[in-house]
Design a protein around this ligand. Structure first.
Ligand code: SF4
Length: 437
């Protein structure tokens, strides 16, 4: 390979200024496998992605002169000045194939709850080690003008003045800037219906609850339970206005919606009493099959089940479930399919674990024996090195085969299973993109 095919390493100085390094190529980590990145296995950094400097860590790069992978501690342009690795938090719709390569130095805290894709510089711009899995522009920030969001907020205040869920979503859209909240006020695509303050799992990377770690939560968990009427009001505004609209229980700012069945079940009935339009969806850990059946009978259209692994022991090590097991999750999938609902797996990826042969084999086995309509390939927001450690304690696993190869293996074995990132409306469930990576 010639020098021009590699992408340059990018690093940060102590002030967080990001720059590229002459003479060094960027390196991506796929678990223990470190490899210099080139222009063919990277893409232009997707619009809306963010670059992050990783404190208390040192970059691992490829020295082009010595043709070796090495750690660098100092800024080659300013001797004595420390430098830090840089990672990409890719926009929704893209899944990382490699994580940023670095070494921790001294005693460090885990990284905050984001994903840490490998990134470099070539062809006049940043390049990301990622593949695109969804082409919809649902969370494209260019389509979410601030004026439009503010206008929608004013309109909803008049329309639903006393609705606490509407007020909660305002905070979501205006204070935290979450795309799902903004889309409710812009009346497009999918509206969130956060409901539950409780959960029966303790995920290592739970965004809204970290009870036994010093990792800061990236979302604040909802601190009240909306009534069924409040939920139905918000959902109906969205479903009546939006063509092919989706409303979803189970958001990053809540626990698991199955623990709020007492309000969700009547809310679904209220919605379906008023309209057949749109898709009602549940994002969940799928821990309670009997509750899933109740919600399906009430009018739920689709179920999205979050999994970090298809192997029970690795699932348990990450989800740390209480009062349920992996068998319950699979039973929920089967019940939803038998009922005629559309079932998606929200498959939380970190390269180096998700692309281990044992994990791909387990996914293949699940898909061969239980009907699933779609896999949503998502980046797991968790410190990658700590994740490899936690999963490696369960079983070390074999050498990863590469995220692209993993995706292609599943695509070839199950050509009728849809790949994507976002929740499709029910009208598009049958449409399958047969993309290879
Ligand atoms: S299932 Fe969801 S709400 Fe519950 S601990 Fe895991 S991430 Fe948090």
């Amino acid at each position: 390979m010639t020098r021009s095919e590699f992408i340059k390493a990018v690093v940060a100085n102590p002030d967080g200024e990001i720059f590229d390094l002459d003479g060094y190529a960027a390196v991506g980590a796929d678990g223990p496998i470190l490899a210099p990145l080139n222009t063919t296995d990277t893409i232009s950094l997707p619009f809306g992605s963010e670059l992050m400097m990783l404190p208390h860590r040192r970059p691992i790069v490829f020295n082009l002169q010595h043709q070796q992978i090495e750690r660098i501690d100092e800024n080659p342009y300013i001797p004595g000045e420390p430098i830090f690795p840089v990672a990409a938090f890719n926009s929704p719709g893209y899944v990382a194939t490699h994580v940023s390569a670095y070494e921790e130095i001294g005693s460090t805290h885990p990284l905050p709850l984001f994903s840490y894709g490998a990134v470099g510089w070539a062809l006049g711009g940043f390049r990301s080690a990622a593949v695109r899995v969804d082409w919809e522009r649902r969370q494209d920030l260019r389509l979410m003008p601030k004026d439009g969001v503010l206008g929608g907020v004013q309109e909803m205040r008049q329309h639903l003045p006393d609705n606490r869920l509407r007020e909660h979503l305002e905070n979501c859209a205006l204070v935290y800037g979450y795309p799902a909240g903004k889309n409710f006020f812009l009346q497009r695509y999918e509206a969130p219906l956060p409901t539950s303050g409780r959960c029966n799992a303790r995920c290592l990377g739970c965004l809204s609850m970290q009870s036994d770690s010093d990792i800061p939560c990236s979302q604040q968990r909802i601190d009240f339970t909306p009534t069924a009427e409040e939920i139905a009001q918000v959902a109906l505004v969205h479903l009546r206005k939006v063509n092919r609209g989706v409303v979803s229980f189970g958001q990053g700012c809540e626990g698991d919606p199955l623990l709020a069945v007492n309000v969700i079940e009547p809310a679904i009935k209220l919605i379906r009493r008023e309209t057949r339009r749109g898709t009602i969806k549940l994002n969940t850990n799928a821990s309670r099959p009997e509750v899933i059946s109740r919600l399906l009978n009430a009018g739920l259209d689709s179920l999205r089940v979050s999994l970090n692994s298809i192997r029970a022991d690795h699932y348990n090590a990450y989800f740390r479930p209480s009062g349920y097991d992996f068998g319950d999750v699979v039973e929920s999938i089967d019940r939803a399919v038998d009922h005629g609902a559309f079932v998606f797996i929200n498959y939380l990826n970190i390269p180096g674990f998700t692309d281990q042969p044992e994990e791909i084999d387990a996914l293949t086995e699940l898909l061969a024996t239980h009907r699933v309509h779609m896999i949503q390939w998502r980046n797991l927001n968790y410190d990658p090195q700590r994740y490899w450690l936690a999963m490696g304690k369960v079983s070390p696993g074999s050498k990863p085969i590469g995220v692209r190869n993993g995706l292609n293996r599943i695509r070839d074995a199950f050509p009728n299973i849809k790949f994507g990132y976002f929740n499709p409306p029910k009208e598009k469930f049958g449409h399958i993109l047969r993309h290879r990576y």
